[in-house]
Design a protein around this ligand. Sequence first.
Ligand code: SF4
Ligand code: SF4
Length: 480
Amino acid sequence: MSDQPESFRDSIPTVDAAGKRVWMYPRKPPTGKNSSPDAPDFFKLRTWVSWILLVILVTGPFIKIAGNPLLMMNIGEGKFSIFGIMFWPQDFYLFALAMITGFVMIAFFTAAWGRIWCGWLCPQTVLMEMVFRKIEYAIEGDAREQKKLNEAPWTQDKITKKAIKHGIFFGLSFVVANLLLGYIIGGEALLDLISESPTKHTGGFFALLLFTGLFYSIFARFREQACTFVCPYGRFQSVLLDENTMVVAYDHVRGEKRARKLKGESWEERLSIGKGDCVDCNLCVTVCPTGIDIRNGTQMECVNCTNCIDACNSVMHKMKRNPGLIRFASMNQIEGKTKKRVFTPRLKAYAILMAALLVLLTGLLIARDSVEITMLRVRGTTFQVMPDGKVTNMFEARFMNKTGRKMDGSLKLLNVEGELLYSDQHMQMNPQEEANTIVVITLAPDQLRGKETRVTLGLMVDEKVVDTHTTNFLAPGGGS
Ligand code: SF4
Ligand code: SF4
């Protein structure tokens, strides 16, 4: 951290002393030919990562793995899919375990690499910085022009620019709302909805417009406030980070004492009187989407977007100084306490816990039945004795096909000889669907074991037993 006062911790740059919003005008970070040739162009790299993520985001509802959606959170129907693995309400323990594993992973990656998720992978940042912000730059120009335009009276030019920008923002928000719906109901259901008139789904259409309005207000107005005020992850980081965490950090040892570079001042002269490499140009602050000054040290608002690294490296290049005055580093590295990446006991504990949870989750997923049968006696029934002495019991069987393929199933009595009667058409098990049928089991007296006989039914697919269910078969008693 720099030797500047700590007053910055008492307020945030996006709100003034009266509690009013301060609108951020982040400058375009130097990239491409404007970036430093001596250091990685992080903005370019981030653009590539964002393109890949955007392709996944847009195609996600339609991507299938083993016939199941890549990601689906259908809360209404109780169907969830993560990386093509389907979870049903019965699998809630697995879903909960997957969530816990996810939290431990987040804790591990945050403790090791800070808020790298926020700046590089979070859909909010990717959409805001790589889509909406770029459109804004294209229509209204860089930060200075945007500010000028906002402060200018409502001329024809301003009205046109604002109308085009907000029209595009609203259209894109509508697309994002549709994609969100696709992740809830699945890609095919979304396409069905789109192909039909909104008048057939007025409720759904209004919900879609509501979400469109929500996304529009986030990307057009709320912006970085979502990361600083709303997202709980930003708050977590203060307990997860320590002095060994790799974060976007300002090298205050090298940079301080910051001072403008005077005309004709040589670097030797400058350093000899205690001035550092920071020329106090403020470029790192002006490119920051959350408006903070990273030279004050790691702050909750920093989303690790690396814009300030690119900005400072370009300045260092012009000054003929080494890049990396702002870089990915731990506080201990900056202060020279360690050179290498330290794998702290806390990180080791997270890693062991994460590995154990992953092994447990994988084991449970492998052991999980992909097809399930459950049977319940038809309510209010017991048994019926036929004229030939045979006894029948009636059950309601429920089948669940958790796979992504259609299956033809059949039932078989596994531990007794008897007859089975059930409706054939119900044994067509569609992917990720439940089916029910009434099953009548008939046993001859020589198969009965008193009043209650344990009967095991096998669900057969491709002549293999894929699941079994054991139930009590009731009889008047006294069987052979
Ligand atoms: S301080 Fe740097 S890395 Fe952090 S949000 Fe601002 S520009 Fe991005
Ligand atoms: S961009 Fe670099 S040199 Fe300029 S103020 Fe920031 S840290 Fe100092």
